[in-house]
Design a protein around this ligand. Structure first.
Ligand code: ATP
Ligand code: MG
Length: 289
């Protein structure tokens, strides 16, 4: 894993699987920070494992996607601090893969929206006829579009632990009835808007995950990355079938075929790395992001 870059004016405070978090130099801790810098690396993770080698250009492309969607979805308050709002300058050499954001009190809910039946949703549907407690019509096939998008939240586990699917009622216990309803309604709204915009450009957003937080004034804002190919499944609407993906499914598929998920994952071959990088770039171009 590559070390966090040194950034003038900012102190590194933590590393996620993919991103590095910074606060302005001299800030004692995250809680007292008035601004944060989220810097996307080129690291790729799958099945919760950080993989080697990195995908060249990935951090920049995913940051571009997030920015594109924050702009498209401007009716929903977000965590971006605009370049005109002042604050600590972001050095030019990291600008293209950084997001300068307001620190929020994050809700421990991963707000998942699924518009199509695929992956773990498809596996569960075959067993139970429902996905995360949401009953679905009979006779659906792998990759089918759902009659309407469904909200299937997960508990955001502390660093290093696995997230866990939970019911809507459990989100009420976690964050209260009003916030739970707001998170659900905003998630379905943002997914529906974005999926329509993407489809005009021949791109299907099969599913996605959002995170929200609350600012110092109690306002709920959409945070983290939005609708990136790390947080979403993107398919080519021009391709046959529903599996021609613009996301890291290429990496997942290769890993499934070449690794039994015991011990350290194998190093990704150059062909998989370059194909993944090319697909990320193609998605940006198709969306006009
Ligand atoms: P996670 O499952 O927590 O996302 P990760 O390893 O994927 O783990 P990264 O996505 O690399 O972590 O790091 C980003 C972290 O920053 C996440 O924990 C996310 O919740 C947090 N975050 C994003 N936006 C904000 C914000 N505005 N204020 C505070 N924290 C934020
Ligand atoms: Mg994350």
């Amino acid at each position: 894993m590559s070390g966090a870059p040194v950034i003038a004016g900012w102190d590194h405070v933590s590393s996620g699987k993919v991103r590095e978090l910074y606060v302005p130099t001299g800030t004692p801790d995250i809680r007292s920070a008035s601004e944060l810098l989220l810097v996307a690396s080129d690291r790729v993770s799958a099945y919760d494992f950080a993989l080697e080698p990195p995908i060249p250009g990935k951090g920049e492309l995913l940051t571009r996607l997030s920015r594109f969607w924050f702009t498209q979805l401007s009716d929903v308050p977000n965590h971006i601090i605009g370049p005109s709002s002042g604050g600590t300058p972001v050095p030019a050499e990291v600008e293209s893969r950084s997001m300068h954001v307001m620190p929020l009190e994050m809700f421990p809910v991963e707000c998942v929206v699924r518009g199509y039946l695929v992956g773990s949703g498809w596996a569960e549907y075959q067993q139970t006829g429902s996905v995360c407690g949401v009953a679905l019509p009979q006779g659906l096939s792998n990759g089918d579009r759902l009659p309407e998008p469904i909200y299937t939240p997960a508990y955001k586990a502390p660093q290093g632990e696995h997230d866990e699917n939970i019911s809507y009622e459990q989100t009420v216990d976690l964050v209260g009835a009003d916030v739970a309803a707001t998170l659900r309604d905003l998630s379905l709204h943002v997914y529906t808007e974005a999926a329509a915009i993407a489809l005009e450009r021949d791109v299907v957003i099969a599913d996605t995950k959002f995170e929200f937080g609350q600012d110092a004034d109690g306002r709920i804002r959409i945070a983290d990355e939005v609708l990136t190919s790390d947080s979403s499944r993107y398919w080519d609407a021009r391709a046959d079938g529903r599996t021609d993906s613009f996301d890291k499914q290429i990496v997942r598929d290769w890993l499934s075929a070449n690794w039994d998920r015991q011990g350290t994952p194998p190093v990704l071959p150059e062909a998989i790395v370059s194909r993944t990088a090319a697909r990320y770039a193609e998605l940006i171009e198709r969306l006009g992001a």
